[in-house]
Design a protein around this ligand. Structure first.
Ligand SMILES: Cc1ncc(C[n+]2csc(CCOP(=O)(O)OP(=O)(O)O)c2C)c(N)n1
Ligand SMILES: [Mg+2]
Length: 323
């Protein structure tokens, strides 16, 4: 691997991934205890993707996020108290409890919103990239979306436009092999989804989505290219979601072809693997444990904050809506 992180970056990456992991585990607990209205699509197993991509961005860059969006916000350093509260529908949440998990947003971190419409974030990020050009800023926009979103027309329309106009956009495919229960390999003829970039004559690279450092390397190059006025890129991160499509889906369909598929991917845990890398970089066990302990405290505080916060008052039902 050409690019190496600084010693501090190793610690920062690990902290971010560990925080995502623990955040999602607590959301799952909320669901199991019946505390959370609706469902949530967990980012468990995919932590390396958002961590590596967001580390390559500037503070004022933009993100278009999918229904599997919690990890994107954590990677951008969003306030986890407000995130937890939003997921429980509490008034202290990012959208005063009206967005919930699937429409979670953090405008203060450039997150233009998670989306219930598969692929909906792709034209939104493309629009943000267009805005940057129009306004003459040096901002970049990133869109995170799943493998299945690449079979939506809007993916092709957006990438075509961004390529033609050389927009500063980076399209990140989180290829976790499934769109709900549909295996992407059964409905798509290209082995690598990144190869779709060829149709638009832009770079399309495959990155190991279980390795935050590899993702960071690919993202750094794509972001520099975008910021330098050379146009968009596609990065396909090969990854895997540990749970079913959402918290209520056992996800058994994944054992149909290969009984050990899930087990084999879980053995490549991106968080545990990165912990090992900290040891290789001469971090002492006590230093790594201290990072984890600080995250545990922050997560515990966020859970308490969310549970203790009030629901919005009924009088707010018609505020902040369009019609
Ligand atoms: C336009 C649209 N079509 C279908 C759905 C139903 N749906 C919700 S999530 C999903 C699968 C998305 O899979 P992928 O893009 O791979 O993302 P992942 O859930 O794997 O992260 C589908 C089909 C939807 N929400 N919006
Ligand atoms: Mg998928």
């Amino acid at each position: 691997m050409a690019k190496k992180l600084t010693k501090k970056q190793y610690a920062d990456f690990y902290e971010t991934m560990y925080k995502m992991r623990r955040f999602e585990e607590e959301v799952f607990e909320f669901y199991k205890k019946g505390l959370m209205p609706g469902l949530a699509h967990l980012y468990l197993g995919e932590e390396a993707v958002a961590t590596g991509v967001c580390a390559a961005l500037n503070e004022d860059d933009y993100i278009g996020s999918s229904h599997r969006g919690h990890g994107h916000l954590v990677a951008r350093g969003a306030d986890i108290n407000r995130m937890m509260a939003e997921i429980l529908g509490k008034v202290t949440g990012y959208s005063r409890g009206k967005g919930g998990s699937m429409h979670i947003m953090a405008l203060d971190k450039g997150i233009l919103g998670a989306n219930g419409i598969v692929g909906g974030e792709i034209p939104i990020a493309t629009g943000a990239a267009y805005r940057a050009v129009y306004k003459g800023t040096t901002q970049v926009a990133v869109s995170f979306f799943g493998d299945s979103a690449t079979n939506e027309g809007v993916f092709h329309e957006s990438v075509n436009m961004a390529a033609a106009w050389k927009l500063p956009c980076v399209y990140v495919i989180e290829n976790n092999l499934y769109g709900i229960s549909v295996d992407i390999r059964d409905v798509t003829n290209t082995e690598h989804l990144a190869d779709r970039a060829k149709a638009y004559d832009i770079p399309g690279v495959v990155a190991d989505g279980m390795d935050a450092e590899a993702v960071y390397e690919a993202a750094t190059e794509a972001v520099a290219r975008a910021r330098g006025g050379k146009g968009p890129s596609i990065i396909e991160c090969k990854t895997y979601r540990w749970q079913g499509h959402h918290v209520g889906d056992p996800g058994d369909y994944r054992q149909r072809k290969d009984r050990k598929e899930k087990e084999n991917w879980m053995a490549r845990c991106p968080v545990a693997a990165f912990r090992g890398r900290l040891s290789d970089e001469n971090y002492k066990e006590a230093e790594i444990s201290a990072i984890e302990a600080a995250v545990e405290n922050a997560i515990r505080a966020a859970v308490e904050f969310a549970i203790d916060s009030p629901y919005p008052d009924a009088s707010e039902a018609f505020t902040d809506i369009f019609v």
